[in-house]
Write a protein that binds this ligand. Structure first.
Ligand SMILES: [Zn+2]
Length: 118
């Protein structure tokens, strides 16, 4: 299950980031997850709860923000956010495009700590 190894690296990454910013107790991790990342959100949440046990992050919550697919439409010359990940075509004019600007990312973008700057 590949979400398990992703969860493992998330915990390691967050533990390191917490140490670097002087957070003694991490309360929450905020993750941006693109709908095209290939990661199943529910599986990742479940895996996180498993791997976090017994680590310095135990008790922390994983808060996942879904990132929709953003494409660039060559016809409109505009960025468009897709209501659904597929099909990849402009929701306004219907032009197909392979220019994906967002939606594939997985990024740990914030940590919430109990004792910051301690
Ligand atoms: Zn268009």
């Amino acid at each position: 299950m590949h979400e398990l190894s992703i969860a493992q690296s998330l915990v390691e990454l967050a533990a390191e980031a917490a140490e670097n910013s002087g957070i003694k107790k991490v309360k929450a991790l905020f993750l941006k997850l693109g709908v095209l990342s290939g990661v199943v959100k529910e599986a990742l949440e479940f895996s996180f709860d498993v791997v976090v046990q017994g680590t310095s992050l135990e008790g922390a919550k994983l808060i996942i923000e879904d990132v929709p697919v953003t494409i660039f439409c060559p016809n409109c010359q505009e960025e468009r956010i897709l209501p659904e990940p597929l099909p990849m075509r402009c929701p306004t004019c219907g032009t197909k495009t392979g220019q994906v600007l967002a939606g594939r990312e997985m990024e740990l973008y914030a940590l919430e700590g109990g004792e910051e700057n301690a």
